[in-house]
Ligand binder design. Structure first.
Ligand code: GCW
Length: 680
């Protein structure tokens, strides 16, 4: 074979920007189904569904659709509003009915996915959770530390915040992508919200975006700063019990709904990490949320009130200093006494876990303490503590475990996640991190779905039926792998302060409970901070005893001596060394697995992942070397195999992060100063 012919054998290059909506030529397709999809008889309201069908037909290399009876699209009010039903009265006929135009749209995406994946077309489905959402942490103004998106590397915001109304074809692609996995709501800006999001200019821009998103069933939410009336200079207080403040929010909501009749509502981060909230005015979360919720209620709007609060003065609720010192306790104690008191249109948005998106952090105990309050579970696709966009990392097994937990399953009004979308060429920074958004949408729709089956759908659509399964194989355990060489066994927070990316155990190990005598945080009810006692008895019983506590969250719940013996007989410290070393070996294996796909995947996407995996390997080695050397130093116990005796290229982190962190702190303080200077 000449060089020329061998190059021609490669599939044509792709940017990855279409993510899973590629519609490549199909090799082993159901020919009569394809033929059926070319002649269509559609009801009104099916426009978006039809436009997606047209894209698919063109991608598959089929003739443009004509009128006919192959595929019929209809509305059936007996179906759930967002649900659909697909039947096949004969091989040449496909019937798709939706409960509404949105149901039809989701049904169309389902149909096209099934064709792409070679799955049977027939079936019915409806979402288990009404609000399926993502939260962007995009900044209106570039943050000096985070840039245009908080916690997202590898790309900038996709929204032009200087002029949201300026048309951009990417906005529609974005809405299609979200709709294709059943997401129906998006909150566009950072929960650390700038007050300008509520300016009249911005509302005009949001209205323009809403009209692009509307055909795709996507409703807009925005994050708002609790002190907006003060920060915009319009009032001298944001006290939620002050009638002027209540009027201000009512007028603002009226203004928004006049421009965006189907506006979703607000997301609020209040009294959290220096942000103002009802606490600023001596009020509680019920009073604070009611003020905004009542403004939205007449328009059918929803208020998401985040529970991510910690470090507040909880002496009244937590007299025991040990309990108070453990941040895991804070949100639960702050909110559990308020159950049943929130307005009907308030949904508490609760992070999946109590500290902050740590790897394998167990389900947040607060979920179990609320029985009369609407709830939303918040995940992070951003991988803030698990490698950002550098480390291939598919969190499906973790997300699925949380969604299936008895504290969460069947109890959520909404499921959301911090979005990892950006303006990079492939939309995610790391091409394979589209799998996170894909899985989020599919599991929000059906929380009990098998995450591995979802991953398989994604990889087949991304890489075809030949390469797809091998890619799934490589990604399936990638979350555990990241844990194994960063923070295994439920260890928390030993990365640097600022970006949570580099290992920095010397500077930051208190949160992981690392001392000369052992590792882990004692959260037991018997001797520790008492966090375990906040779980229902069955779970608490399992977590309380190190012998029954799942290994992957052992150090989250227990402080154990270095020589503690694990079920396999090895000591804790040795098994940590083995975990770090094993993790690096697994990453090397991923590189081999990916290299073996050379020629089966177009060169551009293949080379991109190759490069990312090379970075991952180097960075995994860095984690291994830095953390294991630190562990040897602090425990005084060497690795039995002497793997860290030789000098390492990885030295202690001396990167200036600390200074950058201080600068950031100073900025937060300045902002607080602004708040204080206003007469309140
Ligand atoms: O995990 C922390 C992050 C902050 C984030 C905060 C939150 C948006 O470090 O960057 O702020 O959580 O969830 O509010």
């Amino acid at each position: 074979m000449t060089q020329e012919t061998s190059l021609l054998a490669f599939p044509p290059d792709e940017s990855g920007g279409e993510a899973w909506l590629r519609y490549p030529r199909l090799c082993a397709a159901d020919a009569s189904a394809l033929q059926a999809l070319c002649t269509v008889n559609a009801c009104p309201g099916a426009e978006a569904a039809l436009s997606e069908l047209d894209r698919a037909l063109a991608g598959w290399g089929l003739p443009p659709r004509t009128d006919g009876d192959g595929l019929s699209l209809s509305l059936d009010p007996a179906l759930p509003e967002e649900g659909f039903c697909i039947s096949r009265p004969s091989p040449q006929q496909v019937r798709l009915a939706g409960g509404s135009p949105r149901g039809l749209l989701y049904g169309m995406f389902h149909l096209l996915r099934c064709v792409n994946c070679g799955l049977p077309l027939e079936g019915a489905s409806a979402p288990a959770v009404p609000l399926r959402m993502i939260n962007h942490w995009d900044n209106l103004v570039c943050d000096p530390v985070h840039g245009s998106i908080e916690r997202v590397k590898g790309g900038d915001t996709i929204f032009d915040w200087t002029d949201l109304a300026r048309p951009n074809p990417r906005y529609e692609e974005y809405a299609r992508l979200l709709a294709s996995v059943g997401l129906n709501a998006t909150c566009l800006n950072n929960v650390n919200a700038e007050p300008e999001i509520l300016s009249t200019d911005m509302i005009r821009g949001l209205a323009a975006l809403a009209s692009v998103f509307r055909p795709w069933g996507l409703r807009i939410f925005i994050s708002v700063n609790f002190a907006t009336p003060v920060l915009l200079g319009e009032l001298d207080t944001a006290d939620p019990l002050d009638a002027r403040v209540q009027d201000w929010w009512r007028n603002k909501a009226d203004e928004i709904y006049a421009a965006i009749p189907d506006f979703g509502g607000f997301v609020v981060k209040a009294d959290s990490e220096g942000k103002p909230g009802p606490g600023t005015y001596g009020r509680n979360h019920v009073e604070g949320s009611a003020c905004l919720a009542r403004a939205l209620a007449p328009h059918g709007g929803t208020l998401f009130w985040r529970t991510f609060v910690y470090g507040r003065n909880l002496a009244d609720k937590l007299p025991d200093p040990k309990a108070r010192a453990d941040r895991a306790n804070h949100a639960t104690h702050e909110f559990m006494g308020l159950d049943g008191q929130f307005e009907e249109n308030v949904i508490l948005q609760i992070k999946c876990s109590a500290i902050d998106f740590q790897i394998w952090e167990p389900v947040h105990a607060l979920f179990g303490k609320l029985s009369n309050t609407r709830m939303c579970v918040e995940f992070a696709l951003t991988k803030e503590y698990s490698g950002l966009d550098v480390h291939m990392n598919w969190e499906g097994p973790y997300v699925s475990e949380i969604l299936r937990s008895p504290l969460v399953a069947g109890r959520m009004d909404a499921v959301t996640a911090v979005a990892n979308l950006n303006n990079s060429r492939n939309g995610f920074g790391h091409l394979l991190h589209g799998a996170s958004l894909y899985t989020h949408g599919r599991l929000a729709w059906r929380p009990d779905a098998d995450p591995r089956a979802v991953l398989d759908e994604y990889t087949v659509q991304m890489f075809g039926p030949e390469a797809g399964p091998a890619v799934s194989e490589m990604m399936a355990d990638s979350y555990d792998t990241v844990a194994s060489y960063t923070m295994p066994m439920g260890m928390t927070y030993i990365s640097e302060f600022l970006h949570h990316f580099e290992p920095d155990p010397w500077a930051n190990h208190d949160g992981a409970g690392i001392t000369a005598d052992g590792i882990g945080v004692d959260r037991t009810a018997a001797t520790g901070s008492g966090y375990i006692g906040l779980y229902p008895p069955e779970l608490a019983g399992r977590f309380e005893d190190p012998a029954t506590c799942p290994l992957r969250c052992l150090l989250y719940f227990h402080h154990l001596p270095w020589t503690h013996s694990l079920p396999g007989g090895e000591t804790l410290i040795q098994s940590l060394y083995d975990s770090y070393c094993g993790g690096v070996e697994t990453v090397r294996g991923y590189r081999r697995q990916w290299r073996a796909l050379h020629g089966q995947i177009d060169l551009e996407r293949w080379a991109h992942v190759c490069e990312k995996l090379a970075l991952k390997e180097r960075h995994a080695e860095r984690w291994r070397d830095l953390v294991c050397r630190f562990l040897e130093e602090i425990s005084g116990i060497k690795d039995a195999q002497g793997r860290f005796d030789a000098p390492s290229v990885h030295n202690r982190v001396r990167s200036g992060y600390r200074q950058a962190f201080e600068d950031y702190r100073a900025r937060v303080e300045r902002e607080r100063g602004v708040m204080r200077r206003k007469p309140i």
